[in-house]
Design a protein around this ligand. Sequence first.
Ligand code: PNS
Length: 161
Amino acid sequence: MRIAVYPGSFDPLTNGHLNIIKRASRLYDKVIVGVLDNSSKNPIFTAEERKEMIDKAVADIKNVSCYAFSGLLVDFAKQNNATVIIKGLRTVADFEYEFQIALLNKALNPEYETVFMMTDSKYSYISSSVVKEVAKYQGELGDFVPICNIEKIKTKFKNIK
Ligand code: PNS
């Protein structure tokens, strides 16, 4: 059984993330989405809220599950019997950063392979940061995040003003 983890902050999940999850779910028997529970990154959404939004968005994909994690990614991968770490790439800047992290994870535990998946070009400009910027000023979110999560995102931004 080939199990892959797809880690991230997902603050919040974007259509770009969801596209990677769907495509990875066709390549692996099981895909575990790992939501980093790390308050030092000052996320807008709690890990529980981020997980809840991912659970909703992947509800119709049978071989995908989502858990929050803290600590090292390689330890999370081990706990879930995963052998592959999936990372999405949009730009060369993403690659430079992710290449370093992939080598670091390999040094921490050589059992895991990082597999890079290229973004679908229609999502290449989307990031959680731009979603938050648009949401802050009540912009239209329909092209950027799963429709099932829009209300949750809007409500959060109404409440933090
Ligand atoms: O979506 P992000 O914020 O770019 O995801 C970063 C993430 C969660 C993949 C990375 O920070 C991570 O793996 N953190 C867990 C701690 C760890 O293993 N650190 C060493 C590799 S960065």
